[in-house]
Design a protein around this ligand. Structure first.
Ligand SMILES: NC(=O)c1ccc[n+]([C@@H]2O[C@H](COP(=O)([O-])OP(=O)(O)OC[C@H]3O[C@@H](n4cnc5c(N)ncnc54)[C@H](OP(=O)(O)O)[C@@H]3O)[C@@H](O)[C@H]2O)c1
Length: 291
């Protein structure tokens, strides 16, 4: 029986993945690891750890683990490392693959909404502003949020990650570069603002998308509703409803007031599930089935 390890079991993503693994139908043996635990040879391991820990563990585990799935951003843009959302680009994983990166949670919500439309519309540019939940910052940020006087209480903070030399944050650059890599559109224009809001769980995005032909709203809704784990709703869906759900919800679709080549819509989804642990579980399932 294949062995599957979860490394970083005590964190938010690690705990969510532990619960997700009960959904896997193929037989496997689960092993879990916290800080300082010795990691034995494994068929598959999921690193639910921050960048510096993943950077240290990936080379150490190279010969001990056949397939490594990393939740951190450390290797996402590395040449030869597939950045995978199983509904979108499972073909990026081959029998030669060793390390697989799971994408940034905010980027995941965006590309889930773009992927079903890609075959029908040539995208010119996409803009989004994010409304990102506290749980996206892991257990340290959640603890901070619950302390009196937290910056995040009753607030929105337009700084996620660190500000880079060009003035954009590391989170905003993930939105640009990871979207291009997953969508296999290396010159797609992506403009973003990323903002942390006082919502405990589930990220949201306000998206504006421009294509080279006018949008047919009914077709867009149908494409979304026929895509796995994605749902368009005529009702307004908020992060409160998306939290705890495996579905990525889209609502408020409308044509631009002046230009039918442009649509605007709202996306909301559970960052710990589709944005992390559920995606990790789906990659494990894909590996158990294919290899
Ligand atoms: N939260 C999200 O929505 C989200 C979404 C997408 C991707 N991610 C990424 O997923 C990763 C985990 O995020 P998180 O939110 O779960 O963070 P977290 O709550 O801070 O958890 C990180 C865990 O890593 C553990 N750890 C540290 N060093 C370790 C080691 N050497 N071996 C094993 N475990 C070790 C920590 O252990 P201790 O408990 O002992 O401190 C902690 O439990 C990060 O790279 C994050 O960027 C998170």
């Amino acid at each position: 029986m294949k062995t599957v390890g979860i490394i970083g079991i005590n964190g938010k993503v690690g705990q969510t993945l532990l619960a997700q693994m009960q959904r896997v139908k193929k037989p496997f043996q689960l092993k879990t690891f916290g800080r300082n635990d010795e990691i034995p040879p494994l068929d598959i391991a999921v690193l639910c750890t921050d960048n510096p820990v993943s950077a240290q563990l990936v080379p150490q585990l190279k010969t001990r683990v056949k397939f490594l799935i990393d939740m951190s951003s450390e290797f996402r843009m590395a040449e030869g490392v597939p950045l995978v959302i199983p509904e979108i680009n499972p073909h990026a994983i081959t029998s030669q693959t060793h390390l697989i990166a799971s994408p940034n949670c905010t980027t995941t919500g965006l590309v889930m909404s773009l992927a079903p439309l890609k075959a029908f519309y040539n995208f010119k540019e996409v803009f989004f502003c994010s409304y990102q939940a506290i749980s996206g910052g892991g257990k340290i940020l959640l603890d901070d949020f619950h302390k009196p006087g937290s910056l995040y209480a009753n607030n929105c903070v337009p700084l996620i990650g660190s500000i880079q030399k060009n003035g954009h944050t590391s989170e905003e650059l993930k939105g640009l570069y990871e979207t291009r890599k997953i969508m296999e559109l290396p010159s797609l224009k992506v403009y973003c603002h990323t903002v942390r809001v006082a919502v405990e769980n589930a990220h949201s995005l306000g998206v504006t998308l421009k294509a080279d032909k006018p949008f047919d709203l009914q077709q867009v809704k149908n494409l979304w509703n026929h895509f796995p784990n994605l749902s368009y709703s005529e009702k307004v869906i908020t992060p409160k409803e998306a939290s705890g759900q495996e579905t990525t919800f889209i609502c408020r679709l409308r044509l631009d007031v002046e230009d039918p080549h442009i649509i605007h819509y709202f996306v909301t989804f559970d960052n710990l599930l589709k944005g992390a642990a559920m995606n990790g579980r789906q990659i494990v399932e894909l590996l158990l089935e294919k290899f």
